[in-house]
Design a protein around this ligand. Sequence first.
Ligand SMILES: [Zn+2]
Ligand SMILES: [Zn+2]
Length: 351
Amino acid sequence: MSTVTRSIENKNTENISREEKRRRVLADSRPRTTVSFYRYVKIPDPAAFRLRLLSCWSRLGCLGRIYVAGEGINAQMNVPTENWEEFDNWVQAQTELKGVPYKIAVEEGSAPSFYKLTIKVRPKIVADGLDDTTFDPSATGEYLNAKEMNEYIDDPNAVVIDMRNAYESEIGHFEKAIRPDVDTFREELQLVPKLLAAHKDKKIALYCTGGIRCEKASAWLKHQGYKNVKHLKGGVIDYKHQVERQGLPNRFRGKNFVFDERLGERIGDEVISHCHLCQKNKSDVHHHCQNQVCHILFLGCEACVSKYDGYCSQRCRLFDKLPLATKKFYARYYNQYFRGSQFKKARLNKS
Ligand SMILES: [Zn+2]
Ligand SMILES: [Zn+2]
């Protein structure tokens, strides 16, 4: 909760080495291939697996952020293109990774996508809050492609569930999808079996941004006794590509929320959400409140963003002008007592 403390600490401890790493990466002008992949697979000794990845991938000059857990691997990284073949051969030779589907970025940005290679061992690759040891996340449901997803949307015997958080589904979602009002995937996993109890005999289709959450969610629902659970392969990101390639009707309305600096990728040209500040104008543009203590993600129309200088409220704008020591002192209480819940309410009203 203490965002201010955290960002102040980060400034003091990490900046020098980060700058140095940045310089080295910028000096390395080799073309790079940006790739992401994940897999739920049992990794009995994640620490040993991590060392294996680290020794090969650092030798090949890879950069990125990789999470390893007993349940699998989730990697976002880049590889010097000249080393791609060696990288791929090595990956295919590992039993845990053989045949893993790569998602390769079509366009390389002008800036490198990563400045260092970080491989972390985590309890889970996707935080789920589950501690059921009998649950096997690699026992996932079957896949749906874009065409099949469209058929599910038209099928009265099918239920479509958005497995993303409410701030993601608010700006874009499939027609007729059930959109749980949750802020985390943990909450989602708890709520969805309850929401589905009335639809136990129906066909169930899940979707998320890129597919990784649905792999786990479909396995979880199967573990809960749901038989007919499928999910959209590659998530909304790949749905968009399939729709374009195959000329299918687009049944996704609005914008797909993606975690990068754009905070969203437009799929159609329709804006389906409203500004959280005036609650009148349409907006699908997310902003982080400029007050680092608040930092809430809100939808803001141009008029409101300019009126409040990028803050979520007049209160945050005034708070930010206080001396740093005072802000630090109040940081803990600010979000609890002063930030208010108007954003969450705004979201609920606009369904
Ligand atoms: Zn507005
Ligand atoms: Zn704020």
